[in-house]
Design a protein around this ligand. Sequence first.
Ligand SMILES: Cc1cc2nc3c(=O)[nH]c(=O)nc-3n(C[C@H](O)[C@H](O)[C@H](O)COP(=O)(O)O)c2cc1C
Ligand SMILES: [Fe+2]
Ligand SMILES: [Fe+2]
Length: 406
Amino acid sequence: MKPVEIAQGVYRLSANIGSRDLFEGIWPIPNGVSLNAYIVKGDNKTALIDLVKDWEGAARGITEQLREAGLGLGDIDYLVLNHMEPDHTGWLAELKKQQPKLQILCSKKAVPMVEAFYGITDSVKAVGSGDVLDLGGKQLVFEDAPNVHWPETMVTYEAVTKTLFSCDAFGSFGQVHEAVFDDQLSELEMRFFEQETLRYYANIVSSFSIFVQRAIKKLEALDISVIAPSHGILWRKNPDKIIRDYIRLASYMNGPAEEEVTLVWSSMYGNTESLVEAVRAGVEAEGLPIHIHRVPQEHVSFVLASAWRSSGIIVGMPTYEYRMFPPMYTVLDILERSHVMNRKAFRFGSYGWSGGAQKQFDAFTQAMKWDCLGSVEFQGAPKQPDHETAFARARELAKQVKSWKA
Ligand SMILES: Cc1cc2nc3c(=O)[nH]c(=O)nc-3n(C[C@H](O)[C@H](O)[C@H](O)COP(=O)(O)O)c2cc1C
Ligand SMILES: [Fe+2]
Ligand SMILES: [Fe+2]
């Protein structure tokens, strides 16, 4: 990969990670992910903004790109750490070893984390909202953006080229190849990144939606020409698009989201499964799109992405040892942690003798403020009336989703 000059003296260095690993040890990346770092070369000083983890040769790749941009590690005066998560800092100890004069700039909350993660205490300086670093002909302005994604997160704005280095915010999964900027993408590629932005948002950022809203309010004051995140493509033709997309995605936390329904179901012996078609037909009778996921066969990453965008959620699940079927418990736990709040919902499912799943499900839905339309529970195999109730309830849910106004 080559360094990309995104503005005079500003370069993107990037590494594409393949599909073998899980991101954060949990999320599948079937289309890989990119890690972006940035060089800002001033007349007097040079800064590197964010780093990589040495993952599938990323550190070597970044070093080579740096060389192609005419720089060695010894030429980096400042390292700005917008965020301490190891996908952007993992290579820090090694870089510091190779460039001992390196000055590290990070938020106040990140200072003890630099020591805790990498044992580095010297040449670490805290910066905060409004602080400016003059590189000569380039000016870095720092802005705290707590909890987008960790508490110590900040963003960095270069005032001359009007470039916003937003770290995780406005990022996406998916490798990036020749097309690096929004205006270089075909329509198909743009749709790909929209999907990967949604899944990245739902998986990584959604819990912090309130903080995303706060950060975006702060950024409104900035005149932004380019948004340069640490994952995914850069936005220069229409930086406003990704900001609006993020505003919309953050708003889904409290519903309504999109006029769509997610059906997530699990079944051991096919009794709960028997109603899946009736439920699908009920939703489709109202003309709404439905995303169907079977658990545990499909990873929760994809369920969460669908649930985040859907105003309606239907859960199909049997009772297991007096409680919810365990893989569905895990899915609901993750939906709760991710703040998938305020949805139209109901559950259908089978039990063998006395049930138990519904009681536990009710506690979950209460915590998530889901508006439940009642359940379709049955002993053993569903009978004809159960099919009819499942259809009717799914249709009713779809109707409520359609008439739900913010
Ligand atoms: C390991 C296991 C544990 C179960 N625990 C309960 C239970 O605690 N209470 C209950 O009413 N049924 C229990 N059942 C019965 C199932 O809920 C019942 O077979 C149901 O029809 C399964 O639905 P499915 O065919 O969609 O998997 C259990 C079944 C299995 C296999
Ligand atoms: Fe992060
Ligand atoms: Fe990240």
